[in-house]
Design a protein around this ligand. Structure first.
Ligand SMILES: Nc1ncnc2c1ncn2[C@@H]1O[C@H](COP(=O)(O)OP(=O)(O)OP(=O)(O)O)[C@@H](O)[C@H]1O
Ligand SMILES: [Mg+2]
Length: 477
């Protein structure tokens, strides 16, 4: 029996003539089947001119796709050639299965010609670089209509750029955007379309496996399950800063003069740099939205994120120009605490970046760069996480809603797959690093709850002094 799309998104996916179509959302929505089915139809129509490439980020993850592909392609007589990792059709069509981990892997495809490129699990790519290189291979000497097709679920290291580039276009809106060929620099205007995937669009799965939804519901937090079932891109899988919420975003207010100011900096040239301006709340303070800022809370009131047009790409500005930009933004304001990524002080044959900026009037001291604590010690990320969570009074770290790049990049950061206590550094983590430096200038000790207080701490809290104060016989009190 030949494969046929289910009505709805699958049918739109296989009939679309738009160059770039991304089908993303719910798990089990039928995305992989749609991609394979699309090539099955493409091969039947175009024969030897149909040349496809299907990639994933990890080799092992291709296996289940290959076995499903065998079933779908059998109707067209295609056979799997293990040694060449490709399907071959009797009419000459061919579909390669490959894996692609990084930019260098993508370079190997320069000069190749495909009529279809499929990227499975697009959100597993931390940045669009390798994917854009594949896009440049889409051309057909036979003149057939070429297309880029990708599938994905919310979450993963590429959640952010995929959401911005495709999901935020709005469902079913066809958008034209210029595309610069990374190999030869030529520019073309390409059309792009996002198709949202919902589980409800795959009634076949519901009929054949009624236990699927209950199983999904047991396998993750309520939010994660919602993301999987409904393809909700605003729910973030495995967020590193899982206590982040709307109470950490505040409307701008005038920072009182007496509040201490901190300037924190993470340097980047080819990668983005980030400057954050922070103020330390001097006394518990109720903000207009009702949020109470506890004394000692950090307020990010201004930022400068030096990012080029694409995620992960820097502005390539020299140290002197960055220093000048900082002074312009400060307009005479003083930051008594000014910390930066310690690597800017390393000298490599000439004056360090830190020294060059100092000569322009912007002075930093090296920040504490501990990311992960040893055996119970609270360091870098723990500090930042504890501040975001705050205490019963309120959050110990807030950002003005004008700090758009912070809000765009930090809450979506994920855990490192290999090292859960660290964050996935392949995503846009420059603002998080700079925030970590700011947090480590003032160590925050969360107030323990009563259940975790030691006898001594409880005593101190109730009596306002240490149990071991000189001259006091505490037993008699
Ligand atoms: N048109 C179809 N004909 C037959 N079976 C289908 C069709 N569409 C989907 N299915 C079946 O539904 C199940 C889920 O589909 P699929 O694996 O394509 O979902 P997915 O969206 O890629 O899921 P995931 O997010 O987990 O990768 C599979 O068993 C698949 O074979
Ligand atoms: Mg799939």
């Amino acid at each position: 029996m030949s494969w046929a799309p289910q009505p709805g998104p699958q049918a739109s996916f296989v009939t679309s003539r738009v160059f770039e179509v991304v089908y993303g959302g719910a798990r089990g929505g039928g995305k992989t089947d749609a991609a394979l089915g699309d090539f099955h139809l493409h091969a039947a129509t175009h024969g030897a001119a149909a040349r496809g490439l299907l990639v994933r980020r990890q080799r092992v993850a291709l296996e289940p796709t290959i076995s499903r592909a065998r079933q779908i392609f059998a109707a067209g007589g295609a056979v799997w050639i293990q040694g060449k990792s490709r399907f071959e059709w009797p009419n000459g069509a061919v579909l390669y299965f490959r894996y692609l981990d990084n930019d260098a892997d993508a370079d190997l495809y320069q000069g190749h010609d495909y009529s279809r490129v499929y990227v499975e699990e697009l959100t597993q790519f931390p940045n669009p670089g390798p994917v854009d290189k594949l896009k440049a291979t889409l051309r057909s000497a036979a003149g057939i209509h070429c297309g880029f097709r990708a599938t994905c679920n919310p979450g993963g290291p590429g959640h952010n750029w995929v959401k911005a580039r495709y999901v935020d276009l709005g469902p079913r809106n066809i958008v034209s955007e210029p595309f610069r060929n990374p190999f030869d620099g030529s520019v073309a205007v390409l059309k792009r379309l996002f198709i949202p995937a919902k589980l409800a669009d795959n009634p076949r799965l519901m009929r054949s496996d009624p236990g699927y939804i209950p199983r999904l519901q047991q396998s993750g937090s309520a939010e994660l399950v919602r993301a999987w079932l409904e393809g909700d891109w605003n729910v973030i899988q495995g967020a590193f800063f899982d206590k982040w919420s709307n109470r950490n975003i505040v409307a701008p207010f005038a920072i009182p003069r007496e509040w201490t100011r901190i300037r924190a900096f993470d340097w980047g040239y080819a990668a983005p740099f980030s400057v954050g301006w922070w103020a330390v709340c001097a006394d518990d303070r109720r903000l207009p939205g009702g949020v109470v800022l506890p004394r000692g809370a950090l307020v990010r009131y201004r930022e400068w994120y030096g990012c080029g047009g694409r995620p992960g790409e820097g502005l390539r500005m020299e140290a002197e120009a960055v220093a000048k930009g900082i002074l312009e933004r400060e307009n005479g304001e003083k930051s008594p605490v000014s910390v930066a990524d310690p690597s800017i002080f390393s000298e490599d044959g000439g004056p360090s970046i830190g020294e060059r900026m100092r000569r322009c009037g912007v002075r930093f001291r090296p920040a504490d760069n501990t990311r992960v604590g040893k055996a119970g010690a609270m360091s870098g990320w723990d500090q930042m996480r504890a501040r975001i969570a705050g205490d019963e009074t309120g959050p110990m770290l807030v950002v003005f809603d004008t700090c758009r790049d912070f809000i765009r990049t930090v809450p979506v950061l994920q855990h490192d797959r290999m090292r859960m206590e660290d964050l996935d550094t392949t995503a846009e983590d420059h603002i998080a690093d700079e925030t970590r430096y700011a947090c480590l200038t003032r160590v925050f000790a969360p107030r323990p709850t009563v259940a975790t207080l030691t006898a001594n701490q409880l005593w101190e809290r109730e009596w306002g002094r240490s149990r071991h104060d000189d001259g006091l016989n505490w037993k008699t009190l």
